[in-house]
Design a protein around this ligand. Structure first.
Ligand code: PGA
Length: 225
């Protein structure tokens, strides 16, 4: 089983979300509704589009799961602006935690991220915990880690599949997480190299997930087992 997790980041408006699912489902129909048996396909839209995205997945019967891009470290209550695990779990199964953009632009620290992981698991969400290198702390209860070297994010300069694989192996060998995926400039052209490297269990494309045609190319280029 390999994961393909599309992170839309802070992109799209309502009409663009509608068009993404409309276009994606057209190809899905054209291909006679493939079952993606060996793939877990997940889309992480901005919070405000989780309800709409869920409606489109149901409307078009798409075998895709949803993830949030972040989660509040607090339970419900007087925390203006925050989105809780309880809210997210109405719509999504997964949540990205500790993305390097959150660490960089919002000063998220290891201890804050631990709280977020706790909230995610308490809400029945599966955390996808992002780390920039193999030495970054991964909280307990994290099954899926995403290795995302900062130099590769949004730059068009993906890591070398072999070095990404070494990080994945090291994270698994040290039992910090049992599933390790790679993110950073993943494209339809390089996805297969990462997914066949040996220890990499999936990919986390950002830019290449924004266009449904490109996203389909990645799915079609993923190895079948
Ligand atoms: P990118 O983003 O594919 O646009 O490099 C990856 C990520 O930040 O998750």
């Amino acid at each position: 089983m390999k994961y393909i997790i599309g992170n839309w980041k802070s992109n799209k408006n309502n009409a663009e979300v509608e068009s993404w699912f409309g276009e994606f489902s057209k190809t899905y129909e054209k291909l006679n509704r493939p079952r993606f048996d060996n793939l877990q396909i997940i889309i992480c839209p901005p919070f405000v589009y989780l309800p709409e995205s869920k409606k489109y997945l149901e409307k078009f019967s798409l075998p895709i799961y949803l993830g949030a891009q972040d989660i509040s470290p607090f339970p419900q209550g007087a925390y203006t602006g925050e989105i809780t695990g309880k809210m997210i779990s109405d719509y999504a199964e997964y949540v990205l935690i500790g993305h390097s953009e959150r660490r960089k632009y919002f000063s998220e620290t290891d201890s804050l991220l631990r709280e977020k992981v706790n909230m995610a698991t308490a809400s029945g969400l599966k955390p996808v915990f992002c780390i920039p290198d193999k030495d970054t702390e991964i909280p307990e209860n994290v099954t899926i880690a995403a290795y995302e070297p900062v130099f590769a994010i949004g730059t068009g300069q993906a890591d070398n599949p072999q070095s990404a694989n070494n990080v994945a192996k090291s994270v698994k060998d040290t039992r910090k997480a049992s599933v390790v995926i790679y993110g950073g400039s993943v494209t339809p052209e390089n996805i297969r190299q990462f997914l066949t490297a040996g220890d990499i269990d999936g990919v986390l494309p950002g830019k290449a997930s924004l266009d449904p045609v490109v996203f389909w190319e990645m799915i079609r280029n993923a190895p079948l087992s």
